[in-house]
Design a protein around this ligand. Structure first.
Ligand code: ADP
Ligand code: GLC
Length: 481
């Protein structure tokens, strides 16, 4: 394969090293998806405490390719290594990242120096992009993700890009990297750029805005979210900034790792051609949670947050359960929503199963055993679980927003007669519309032939990275040319 170019990917999470959400899946999947197209990608991310320990276990596997003495209170170095075929560059700066806790927060909430912590990541990214790493590797494009890397395009632009193009991908506009205006100098940003058309943001600073106004291309993770972001209901304050740059905005749908997410790879395997195994998975799942469900068995695998519309679930479940349905929930997050899920499970023993926590293996069992996956999000940049649902013939019931609207074909009469329906979508995201959607899934489930047809359609959808990787490759090519 002819090498078309090199890309420095900059992010705060990456599977298989650190994950709090879908961002990590995407950052971890892109290098493998782009390699066959001739794009060599390295991922630069912080060396959190657990990653430092990993380096210490096998120091010979890591090479120092960058060093900088003054990195917001201490020195930093970048270590290059390979993890599961991925070329990773870890920014090792223990005074910033070597802490007990998560990537963004510790025992008492968000780290108060998050602006400095992620400015450091962005600073080093921009310098490596401009100057090349110590081993001679020099990127053609710097591709940064979300607010954590938002200052990187700004540092690159203000310090001279040396011909390197920059791409900023928005995975979730709700997180904007807020910082006080008084930090401008400390964050190494030029004072003359502090005005509304550039760095100023509602009297303060936002690393995401800084990236949006200085990068060469903006992408987000679905075409519908790209359009939504320019509207006040979804842009969360940044709609004007994004609309002003609409000529460089693109929506590129995420893919999923189809080697990991395949019903043929599950212990009780099944496929579109041999669906019998799905019933065995369902029986196993019901047994594990002590459920007996005559109608459709719904599942939810999610962060339990306001974004995901989880508060609507207790409102719509009584009717669904009355009609024969059941539910298994796997998730964690907001304590209030965790409590609401506990109450629901306590109210409907034998019909509602619950596991509070994060469990990758169990999530596979839910997709393999469920009949339908519920995603009632208020906004959803892309969403991955509805795509797992498609792969597993676990029909998605989703709010028609963002990537959910772009990946599920609603089983209305036209789609059914055209033979293309893959699930149920509803709008707006409220209890009334959600309840209607659940009545539709109950009705569909009562027609076994039609249900099987929709399952087949769902399982045949292409949710791989193939077409999206080609779209990113074309984007990079445009910047190099
Ligand atoms: P977001 O990034 O907004 O949380 P996505 O749908 O893009 O939403 O990605 C969420 C990812 O995290 C998916 O891979 C999903 O399966 C996984 N996930 C979420 N909660 C859990 C959980 N409790 N256990 C296992 N996997 C989970
Ligand atoms: C964000 C979004 C989610 C998206 C993921 C990966 O976490 O909330 O919709 O799938 O990023 O792009």
């Amino acid at each position: 394969m002819k090498l078309r170019g090199r890309v420095l990917s900059v992010a705060s999470e990456c599977v298989p090293l650190v994950k709090t959400g879908g961002l990590a899946d995407v950052v971890g999947a892109l290098p493998g998806a782009l390699a066959p197209l001739g794009w060599e990608m390295r991922v630069l991310m912080p060396a959190y405490r657990a990653l430092r320990a990993r380096v210490a276990e096998a120091p010979a596997n890591w090479t120092e390719v960058w060093r900088e003495e003054g990195l917001w209170g201490g020195p930093g170095r970048v270590l290059l290594g390979r993890v599961d075929g991925l070329e990773v560059m870890l920014l090792d700066a223990p005074h910033l990242y070597g802490r007990v806790g998560g990537p963004y927060s510790g025992p008492s909430g968000d780290w108060s120096d998050n602006p400095q912590r992620f400015a450091a990541l962005s600073w080093v990214a921009a310098r490596i992009a401009r100057e090349g790493a110590g081993d001679g590797w020099k990127p053609d494009v710097m591709h940064v993700h979300d607010w954590q890397a938002g200052f990187a395009p700004a540092y690159l632009a203000y310090g001279g890009s040396n011909g390197v193009g920059s791409v900023l991908t928005i995975h979730n506009i709700a997180f904007q990297g807020w910082a006080a205006a008084s930090l401008l100098g400390e964050l190494r940003l030029p004072a003359d750029q502090y005005y509304p058309g550039a760095l100023e943001y509602f009297g303060g600073l936002s690393s995401l805005k800084a990236g949006l106004v200085t990068c060469d291309r903006i992408t987000t993770v679905s075409p519908t979210y790209a359009a939504e972001l320019m509207r006040p209901e979804f842009g969360m304050g940044l709609q004007g900034v994004i609309a002003a740059r609409s000529s460089v905005v693109a929506g590129i749908l995420n893919g999923v790792d189809t080697t990991v997410w395949t019903p043929e790879g599950e212990p009780l395997a099944y496929s579109a051609k041999a669906m019998a195994g799905k019933a065995a998975n369902r029986a196993e799942l019901c047994a594990a949670f002590g459920l007996e469900v005559p109608g459709p068995l719904a599942i939810i695998v999610s962060r339990l947050t306001d974004q995901k519309g989880i508060d609507l679930v207790p409102q719509v479940m009584p009717d669904f359960i009355e009609a024969g349905g059941g539910l298994v929930v796997l998730g964690s997050g907001d304590p209030v929503l965790e409590g609401a899920m506990r109450d629901l499970a306590a109210r409907y023993p034998g019909r509602v199963g619950l596991r509070i926590g994060y469990d990758e293996a169990l999530s596979h069992r839910l997709f393999a055993g469920g009949d339908a996956v519920l995603v009632p999000s208020r906004f959803e940049p892309c969403g991955l679980t509805q795509m797992y649902g498609l792969r597993y013939g676990t029909l998605p019931v989703v709010a028609a927003v963002g990537g959910l609207a772009d990946t599920v074909i609603h089983a209305n009469p036209a789609a059914i007669s055209a033979g293309v329906a893959t699930g149920i979508t509803f709008h707006p995201t409220d209890a009334t519309a959600f309840a209607t959607a659940l009545r539709q899934i109950l009705a569909l489930h009562a027609q076994p032939k039609l249900w099987a047809q929709v399952q087949r359609n769902a399982m045949q959808q292409d949710v791989s990275w193939a077409s999206s990787a080609a779209a990113y490759a074309a984007l990079y090519q445009g910047l190099v040319a």
